[in-house]
Design a protein around this ligand. Structure first.
Ligand code: ATP
Ligand code: MG
Length: 768
């Protein structure tokens, strides 16, 4: 009976394999992955503890000291992640500010002599910077393209996208974003910083990079996907904390946007990492203030202090603010939709033509961006500088090559400035600072703001998805603050008596666009408050975010969810679909024939089964003396490959290897079964076995996870989904109704005091 079932298993696996190549191609077409990339098929991570014999032995040997040591090392790593991410952020900022600084001062000094030469030089510098970034991405670190947040979100949801946490991706991300942001493209460095933080965390977690000989045995302590998941969460929070100098925002971003599982202990650690980042960044900025970092001064890190802004708001203002929320929701949803179409077209047609096309595309966008940002301000008439207010002295116009408001850009007269150049021909951080600036009523004309809005929105949509590291926070803030300021201008002229500042509206606009596109609420709210240092605006930001999210949600999903879907990252959302309520677990399995292993199996059969399918988990069955079959656990493909490669467990006899009572010879450490993070691990095709090896047997009993999660076949799919999602599982067995119940566990049985059995708390129970 057993061998019959087993044969069935193999047969069905063979059938399934016969269909696989086609279905794989179909899948690749559907998600827009090129056929070349088929080898990078998405697989899940093993966040569940594999309780096999080696694991149980290891746990039995460990004492309290080990647990203390383990926790201590985790905190130490959290510290290192904070320092590493903080330093990476400082390095990126110093480089971007210096490149941009040189670019602007060289261009300004040349245009004194010749407009054309200055214009060409500006285009050329941008092109070289962007080209360097595209070159790094296409030839060295393809996984570093884009913001990386959808992939990290996928990783923390349990999906392993190959290459996202490699050392080369980290290097590509850092240098690539310096090129793309320094080159003036319509993108930001904040999303890439989240990815950078995650890469640093993962590399630390696996003890460095073995490929580049940069690893240390002392650091190789966390070897499970589960431990690395916690560290990567710390890395994400550190990235946001570093990008915006918003430590609490970082923690909330990790909680709200990227993680799928959260524990209170993790909150502490993430908070600690973010605090470390804040200290590192502040120290570095203090050091740079004395001019030791070239063009990098107080600018660069996003911090737009508008604390001198609007102190209070009146009831009449709530309506225009709500309108900003609605505009943000509409424009954000449109942004998501447009970027989705364009990215999908790019992936399916343009980028399939190879790296050269990707590079040409980015270069073309760079030239267009440079022409627009240099050329458009030329068509604007300069405006006279405002009357100086003794309370708020302003510098107008600014000397060429300097950052700040009121830029003199080809203005004939001395006391004039070009408002469009103030936002367009500037680094993005400075442009935002200018848009947010309070006490500068009517600095910008509606025409300039509208021109900038249309142009920058278009550029941001087109630039999104190109082969360079790109974040969407800063472009989002720029777009939002432009229409926010436009609404602000309208309100100022409408309610003349009120003390209204356009800068405040710009800030609300920025929040609304981010809310409408990314659909975050709590974290964005805190980030906005942290970067503006103005707590009084909190209720307004909350109002605007809620409205923009609600409006956006009416049209489509958030930016990261849309992008995850487009990249073929199968995210499990926090809520199951409504239809699942009516479905049962067995319906989800369809008509599949389960591929399983008998407990003792010939090596040749293991190889043939593994070659015949792509599954990663297999039930292992044994049979009792009375001939009944018994599922003894789940074995992972990766573990089987380790066994086949090491060969030490091969035996000549087809009989079980235990000496009775379930004790097995221990030949492996638990750590041997762990594959390095983001590595595909070995494949069955890499394993070389001689004819003698193939004739041997292997007893799988010590290597199975004896406690896989099991659900009865008629459990509703909603419940299965929640179990799977909340515990971060990879496989669940669906079984027929159990024939016996051997016990009952209640709350009481789980209240275990240390060094004791179940507590003797008497809980009142209701009899039925
Ligand atoms: P993941 O892809 O999430 O890492 P996996 O690789 O183990 O997990 P797949 O093989 O990709 O799972 O699953 C594809 C389909 O095959 C699913 O519908 C699943 O139910 C089914 N499947 C998985 N394992 C087995 C198995 N051992 N026998 C039969 N069907 C299986
Ligand atoms: Mg799979």
């Amino acid at each position: 009976m057993l061998s019959n079932q087993f044969q069935n298993g193999i047969e069905s696996a063979k059938l399934a394999w016969a269909r696989l190549p086609n279905s794989e191609e179909d899948e690749a077409e559907e998600v827009g992955v090129s056929r070349k990339e088929d080898g990078n098929r998405v697989e899940s991570l093993d966040y569940e503890v594999v309780e096999n014999h080696a694991y149980r032995e290891e746990q039995a040997q460990r004492g309290k000291l080990y647990v203390g040591y383990y926790v201590g090392v985790k905190w130490f790593f959290a510290l290192l992640i904070g320092i590493g991410t903080g330093l990476a952020a400082v390095f990126i900022n110093i480089s971007v500010e210096n490149f941009a600084g040189w670019k602007f001062s060289l261009t300004f000094s040349l245009i004194q002599k010749s407009y054309i030469a200055g214009f060409l030089l500006y285009i050329l510098i941008n092109l070289v910077l962007v080209l360097s970034s595209a070159f790094i991405i296409t030839n060295f670190a393809p996984a570093a393209a884009g913001s990386g947040i959808p992939e990290i979100k996928g990783y923390l949801n349990g999906v392993d996208t190959h290459g996202i946490l490699l050392f080369r991706t980290l290097i590509g991300k850092i240098f690539g974003s310096i090129g793309s942001v320094g080159g003036g493209l319509a993108l930001g460095k904040e999303g890439p910083l989240v990815h950078t933080g995650a890469c640093i965390a993962s590399l630390l977690g696996q003890g460095g990079s073995t490929k580049y000989h940069l690893s240390s045995r002392w650091l190789q302590f966390f070897n499970s996907d589960r431990d690395r998941r916690d560290l990567v969460t710390c890395g994400c929070a550190a990235g946001v904390a570093a990008a915006f100098r918003a430590p609490v925002g970082g923690v909330l971003f990790a909680l709200e946007e990227v993680t799928s599982w959260w524990r209170s202990q993790l909150m502490w650690r993430v908070f600690f990492t973010s605090a470390i980042v804040a200290v590192v960044v502040r120290t570095a900025m203090g050091w740079c203030k004395s001019g030791k970092c070239g063009h990098f001064g107080s600018g660069g890190f996003i911090i737009w202090d508008i604390s001198g802004g609007q102190e209070d708001y009146s009831f009449e203002e709530l309506l225009p603010m709500a309108v900003i929320g609605v505009i943000g929701g509409l424009l954000g949803a449109l942004f998501n939709q447009l970027t989705r179409y364009i990215t999908s077209w790019r992936r399916n047609y343009l980028h399939k033509k190879g790296n050269r096309v990707k590079i040409i595309e980015v270069c073309l966008i760079s030239v267009i961006t440079s022409v627009i940002s240099f050329g458009l301000p030329l068509f604007r008439k300069c405006s006279p500088c405002p009357e100086a207010d003794p309370n708020f002295p302003i510098e107008c116009p600014r000397p060429p090559g300097m950052y700040g408001n009121y830029v003199n850009f080809f203005c004939g007269k001395d006391k004039e400035y070009n408002d469009l150049a103030t936002i367009f021909f500037n680094t993005q951080d400075d442009a935002i600072r200018n848009l947010f600036s309070a006490k500068t009523i009517h600095e910008y004309s509606a025409q300039s703001l509208l021109t900038f809005l249309v142009m920058f929105y278009t550029l941001a949509v087109v630039t999104f998805g190109t082969a360079v590291p790109a974040g969407q926070f800063v472009p989002g803030i720029m777009i939002g603050s432009t229409y926010g300021r436009l609404v602000g201008m309208f309100v100022v002229s409408f309610y003349k008596k009120l003390n209204i500042e356009e800068g405040t509206y710009a800030l609300l606009g920025a929040a609304s666009f981010l809310g409408g596109s990314m659909r975050m609420t709590v974290s964005l709210c805190v980030i906005m408050v942290e970067i503006t240092n103005n707590l009084k605006l909190l209720p307004l930001i909350m109002l605007v975010l809620l409205i923009s999210k609600a409006v956006g949600d009416a049209f489509n999903e958030g930016l990261y969810e849309e992008q995850s879907r487009l990249r073929g990252i199968p995210l499990l959302e926090s809520r199951p679909k409504y239809e699942m309520r009516k479905m049962q677990a067995k319906e989800a399995c369809g008509n599949q024939k389960v591929v399983y292993f008998p407990r003792v199996i010939k090596v040749a059969d293991v190889v043939s089964i593994l070659k015949s399918n792509n599954h990663n988990g297999f039930p292992v069955i044994d049979h009792t003396r009375s001939g009944e079959t018994l599922v003894i656990g789940l074995v992972l493909r990766s573990h089987l490959l380790v066994l086949l490669q090491s060969k030490v467990d091969f035996q000549h006899s087809p009989l079980p290897s235990d000496t009775g009572g379930g004790s097995f010879p221990i030949r492996h450490n638990f750590s041997e079964f762990v594959k390095p993070a983001s590595s595909k691990g070995i494949s069955i095709h890499d394993i070389r076995l001689g004819p003698d090896d193939l004739e041997m047997y292997i007893d799988l009993a010590p290597f199975v996870n004896r406690s896989p999660y099991i659900v009865p076949e008629d459990m509703s799919l909603t419940k299965v989904y929640n179990l799977f999602r909340q515990l971060g599982l990879r496989h669940i067995f669906v079984v027929p109704r159990a024939s016996r119940v051997i016990g009952m566990i209640t709350r009481k049985d789980l209240l275990i005091e240390e060094n004791e059995g179940p507590a003797t708390v008497e809980l009142q129970s209701t009899s039925v």
